[in-house]
Design a protein around this ligand. Structure first.
Ligand code: HAM
Length: 438
């Protein structure tokens, strides 16, 4: 076959039907857990005004300086969302929740876009499952967010994960920390990367999450905010740690976590899977107590996280947990025994579908043997065979592919028999999924 002329743009990829079983598993787990924790789904648009991200993620951040997919139309500038928090808070304010029902627990699931260098675990379009709990400063909600993330991975069966927490402080301790980082960086400023030198004046804290090896080296021994927290922020952080401990979450305090987005205050956390390599963060999040106000709303606390599907799928794949997650084939393959019954096979497939039993038929007029081979290879649990004799006496041969039993069934009873056999093999006729596997 000739090489395709067009390819997906670099860093973007197709999710093919073969991979959909795994994706749906993640999506349904996300939906179920979010519901269990009291979160409701929100679907903000993929495009927002560019200014929204500069304002929330921060003007002097990798995302805003280098990674945004931006389009200009007339005098407007729009950006494909690089993350979900900004759009969710914008939607929260626009919907009037701040006045009508300020405490909201919202979740989203969908694609995000960042113009990053494509590499293992980094894509330019990637999917996140994110939650945002807006309207409270209660540390129980920080702990709950961590617990929800941990429960998601537990539910998928993923082990060997590390939950890392830090506090970014807020107010006076954050200001003092900024000055301390300045004092640490300044004597060696000329040896830092150009980017960090540029950021020194405008956003010194971003120097701490620089990926440049020179900066990483120079950042050794930089001050750690968690050591200088004011009383209130210390108490908040200790409470979160205690709640997680009580809930049985094995979290470690990692003072090096600073996150790459500017809106964070107090608790920040990441969930890592060290075995997948350098880009090991499956989840990142934390508190952002000034963002609602920054975007024009009242002074309300908020906390959230986002789980990346790319890294999660990599971790699941490495752990062998994606085996057998393929989407189930149609419940019934309808075969025609001879040339006279092709249309009858089509009609039988239509009858089954109308009754909620998924069905496919052979579109290539293969010989019966070929059709049965095909059906067996594809793993359809049932095969219905329509031949001229059956057509004449109003019956169908129904074959159960697991027990190999075959029975002659009056056409009017086919749906009922098919359902009974599917129920016996653990396949639900309603959604075509196997209750035993995927
Ligand atoms: P983030 O740390 O930028 O946080 O992203 C969260 C997760 O998304 C990462 O841990 C990673 O698994 C995945 N991710 C990020 N960029 C890429 C990429 N280029 N390719 C593949 N996966 C990626 C946020 O986005 C915040 N909005 C999270 C949050 C919500 N904080 C509070 N609320």
């Amino acid at each position: 076959m000739a090489t395709p002329v067009y390819k997906a743009p670099r860093g973007l990829r197709d999710v093919l039907p073969e991979q959909m079983g795994a994706w749906r598993w993640l999506e349904s787990t996300a939906h179920e857990l979010a519901r269990r924790f009291g979160y409701r789904e929100i679907r903000p648009p993929l495009l927002e005004e560019t200014e929204l991200f500069a304002r929330s993620v921060g003007e002097v951040t990798d995302i805003v300086e280098k990674e945004m997919f931006t389009v200009r139309k007339a005098e407007h500038s729009f950006t494909l969302r690089p993350e979900g928090t900004a759009g969710t808070v914008r939607a929260y304010l626009e919907a009037g929740y701040a006045k009508t029902a300020p405490f909201q627990k919202l979740f989203y699931l969908g694609p995000m876009f960042r113009y990053e260098k494509p590499q293992k675990g980094r894509e330019r379009q990637f999917t996140q499952f994110g939650i945002e709990c807006i309207g409270s400063l209660d540390p129980r909600l920080d702990a709950e967010a961590v617990l929800l993330a941990v429960s998601f991975f537990r539910e998928l069966g993923l082990g060997g994960l590390e939950v890392r927490l830090n506090s970014m402080g807020d107010g006076a301790d954050r200001d003092a920390f900024r000055e301390a980082v300045r004092a640490h960086v300044e004597p060696n400023l000329a040896r830092y990367s150009e980017e960090s030198q540029r950021r020194f004046e405008r956003n010194v804290l971003r120097i701490l999450d620089s990926k440049d090896p020179r900066d990483i080296e120079l950042n050794q021994g930089a001050p750690r905010l968690v050591d200088h927290l004011g009383d209130e922020n210390r108490a908040h952080f200790d409470r979160v740690l205690a709640l997680l401990d009580e809930a049985g979450v094995d979290a470690v305090v990692d003072p090096t976590i600073v996150r790459g987005l500017d809106y964070y205050t107090r608790t920040v956390f990441e969930v890592h899977c060290p075995s997948i390599g350098a880009r090991s963060a499956l989840c990142g999040g934390g508190r952002y107590d000034h963002l609602v106000e920054e975007l024009g709303g009242p002074d309300l606390g908020a906390v959230g996280f986002a789980i990346g599907f790319t890294a999660t799928l990599a971790a699941l794949g490495d752990a062998g947990l994606l085996e057998g997650r393929d989407e189930a084939p149609a419940d019934c393959f309808v075969a025609s025994a001879d040339d006279a019954t092709h249309d009858a096979a089509f009609a039988v497939a239509c009858e089954l579908r109308a009754a909620g039993v998924s069905a496919v038929f052979d579109q290539e007029a293969r010989r019966l043997k070929g059709q049965l081979k095909l059906a067996s290879k594809a793993g359809h649990p049932l095969v219905a065979v329509v031949g001229s004799a059956e057509l004449a006496d109003g019956t169908v041969q129904l074959k159960d592919m697991s027990s190999k039993e075959q029975e002659t069934v009056p056409r009017a009873e086919l749906v009922g028999r098919a359902r009974a056999r599917l129920a016996a093999t653990g396949v639900s006729a309603a959604d075509g999924s196997s209750s035993a596997g995927a």
